[in-house]
Ligand binder design. Sequence first.
Ligand SMILES: Cc1ncc(COP(=O)(O)O)c(C=O)c1O
Length: 400
Amino acid sequence: MDYTKFFSADVPSFLRSPVREIFRKVDLNAICSFAGGYPAAVTFPMAEIPGLAAKVLEKYGTRALQYGATQGVPELREVLARRYGVPVSQVQITTSSQQGIDVCSRVFLDPGDIVLANNPVYLGALQSFKAYRAQVMGIRPYLDQVQGSFGPGPKFIYVIPDFNNPSGETMTLEERQEIVRLARELDCLIVEDSPYRELRYSGEPLPTIREMAPERTLHLGSFSKIFAPGFRLGWIIGPEPLLEQIYVCKQCLDLCPPVLDQYMACEFMASGMLDANLAKTIVEYRRRRDLMVSLLEKYMPEGVSWTYPEGGLFLWLTLPEGIDTVALYDRALSAGVAYVAGSFFYTDGSHRNTMRMNFSFIDEAKMEPGIRLLASLVREAVCYYNLLVRKMNEEHIGKN
Ligand SMILES: Cc1ncc(COP(=O)(O)O)c(C=O)c1O
């Protein structure tokens, strides 16, 4: 039977995540994987969870298992509003920040609309923008293209100012100011995706874009990296008229975010457990980041560079020009090491000499053998490429 005729016109625009495809094919626990963006399981508050669940059931009774308000349970919205210094009316709970991205796409984007996003861009965001058939453009190429002309403006600018996934980079104050200035000039919204902001290991925090332009920013937060991703909980802070429409849209998505999870997240925060756990998580991840950086310094051949993330879960490697991390991938996987090719995060598939490396998930004992193995594969690929170039040059000289 031909099923394709049943699919909507949106379906051909759905992007399959290469990262999730990797997860389907290999058992990441069986190899040295720097591929996923998973938090370390040791950061999950396993000891506290049973007590937390019992307390919630005792305190809220059957309410904890009932449908809840579409905006989220008032108790959790209040705790978040206090933490971020905003009125409760500006807080919408989401079923994770991926839903936050998707709901913004659904509410603001028509087919053909422009979204500005800096390359490389978070894959899950790209998937949502594409699913609504938006055009995703880099900020610089867009500005070059529209110079002097008055074409349609972007609907929003999508940014991850703190510890970008995939690059690990943090926007400077000037870059943040530039985004705000641009959004005001183009009269568009800003979607500030911020799941890693609380995971800072060094350097000083900078203001969020929402703090700089609250009138046009939707700030997306997540419990995935500060509590546990299995809860699938996040939030949006933004202007009430925008949240009102998001609220209506969310009614048809899931009626309400998971209620038991929300009460547990609320108790976890209100009791101070979240901050205590976060402090331990930061120490853990800082050590892992420093270990990965020191191992890269020790093993990677000359010509390989990497970002130094002040927080988050990733760093970004750039290999010498001509080395193709997509082509290298299968060899790496059979040798027992995984990463994500950087070109997957580029809208045009460019930058094939880059890769994303996650330092939070891998067992620390596997970090050194993994980097050593990866470095030897990179060294081999560089030698092979140099040999190829030399041979081509000799042939070229021979011909002339
Ligand atoms: C930048 C960014 N945004 C959103 C998400 C989605 O997170 P969640 O849906 O678990 O909140 C991720 C997940 O890794 C991410 O890296």
